[in-house]
Ligand binder design. Structure first.
Ligand code: PLP
Length: 396
């Protein structure tokens, strides 16, 4: 029999999955080319050739020891390569000893939370949010505290943050470029948040860690600059993966970088490595560690995503949808044409359009479109969006 907690969580687990399953039903009826599924952040692009070539080479070369257990933090040469790359990007001095290779960003977030949380510690989550954060926090005995971003532009609001920090606040999770909004957090906003956190750390006499979840950091458009979290927040961890930038989500590979400026960085590193072990990950999968280390400078398919964003965004705006033009990731987060976003998503299904209600991200009244689908799907879906919008203009 299921535990009560898992049984309860299953009921409210994920709108994304629920909509995907609705899609399976529609696909069985209409055929997959007639169903426009914008539910999953699962890139339809293939990984770059360099990834495939290194994979083949590693298999054919039969490198001795490559399939064995290793240091729970990952291969030293891979950690060193990741540290060098991140040092170049961030301007912060990093070494292999600051890096733990993980099973994706999801694994990395769980490892950090396991390492820092005591029972009932609070973790601030900015809404709209990636819903898995709530489950990850709960996995390790923490309590999520939801803080809304600005209704106008989805940027965090430092005053709201200030108002929600308590003596039990242990961490805040930030995610930029953001899922679901595509918004890139501005440097001055993050600087103000850093001032708020510093003042509260002094007041309560304990660190408040910033967990910067950055799987979309290579998907940035229109010259937007991504602020370097390691420079802005002293007590910070960057959690990243190659799921989105190199289209490798099934391979489960990512990393944690611990800010060397943290007072007890080396103890925290020991904790991260131990947590990676006892959560049962043991170490990140070995072959793919070596593979990504050889492709760290590989560019993400930014131009393809920009084109898809532009087509969909411009079409939606023309149809009267209100939507912020995203500067990153591969999501659009428009306002639904009626206040009830769940009902809106149900009506969209009449046109074989699958979208995720904003409620799934703690933000009712909106919906998310993941445009990491084929260009053909986007182009073929445009009349369906038009028909959907017309249905509401008829009713108003
Ligand atoms: N964080 C965010 C914001 C995501 O959108 C996702 C996946 O969609 C993840 C983390 C998990 O990514 P990974 O595949 O690297 O575990």
């Amino acid at each position: 029999m299921l535990s009560q907690k898992i049984a309860d969580n299953l009921k409210r687990s994920s709108w994304i999955r629920a909509m995907f399953e609705e899609g399976e039903k529609l696909r069985a009826i209409h055929g997959s080319d007639k169903v426009f599924d914008f539910t999953l952040g699962n890139p339809d692009t293939e990984p770059p050739d360099s990834i495939k070539n290194t994979f083949k080479k590693l298999v054919l070369d039969d490198v001795p020891g490559i399939h064995r257990y290793m240091n729970n933090a990952g291969f030293d040469d891979v950690r060193e390569a990741v540290a060098e790359q991140l040092q170049r990007e961030s301007g912060v001095s990093l070494a292999a000893g600051n890096i733990v290779m993980t099973c994706g960003a999801a694994g990395g977030l769980n490892v950090v939370l396991k390492t820092i949380l005591d029972p009932d510690d609070e973790v601030i989550v900015l809404a709209p949010y990636f819903v898995e954060y709530l489950f990850y926090i709960d996995n390790h005995g923490g309590k999520p505290v939801i803080v809304n971003t600005s209704l106008e532009n989805f940027q965090p609001d430092p005053r709201e943050l200030d108002a929600h920090i308590s003596p039990r606040t242990k961490a805040i999770i930030i995610n930029s470029p953001n899922n679901p909004t595509g918004v890139v957090y501005r440097e001055e906003v993050l600087q103000s948040m850093a001032s708020v956190l510093e003042a509260k750390e002094k007041k309560y006499g304990r660190a408040i860690y910033v967990l910067s979840d950055e799987p979309y950091n290579k998907l940035v458009y229109d010259g937007a600059r991504l602020p370097q979290v390691l420079k802005i927040f002293k007590n910070s961890f960057v959690i990243n993966s190659f799921s989105k930038s190199l289209s490798l989500p099934g391979e489960r590979i990512g990393f944690i970088a611990a800010n060397p400026a943290m007072e007890d960085c080396s103890r925290l590193m020991d904790g991260l490595v131990f947590s990676n072990r006892i959560l049962g990950f043991v170490n990140a999968p070995s072959m793919i560690q070596k593979v990504v280390a050889g492709s760290l400078n590989e560019a993400a398919p930014v131009d393809q995503y920009r084109k898809k964003r532009d087509i969909l965004f411009e079409h939606l705006v023309k149809l009267g949808f209100s939507c912020i033009k995203p500067e990153g990731a591969f999501y659009l987060f428009p306002k639904a044409l009626i206040p009830d976003d769940v009902e809106f998503a149900r009506i969209a299904q009449k046109y074989n359009l699958l979208l995720v209600p904003g409620q799934g991200f703690g933000w009712p009244g909106y919906f998310r479109l993941a445009y990491c689908v084929s260009l053909q799907t986007i182009e073929n879906s445009l009349p369906a969006f038009e028909a959907l919008a017309k249905e509401f203009s008829r009713n108003s």
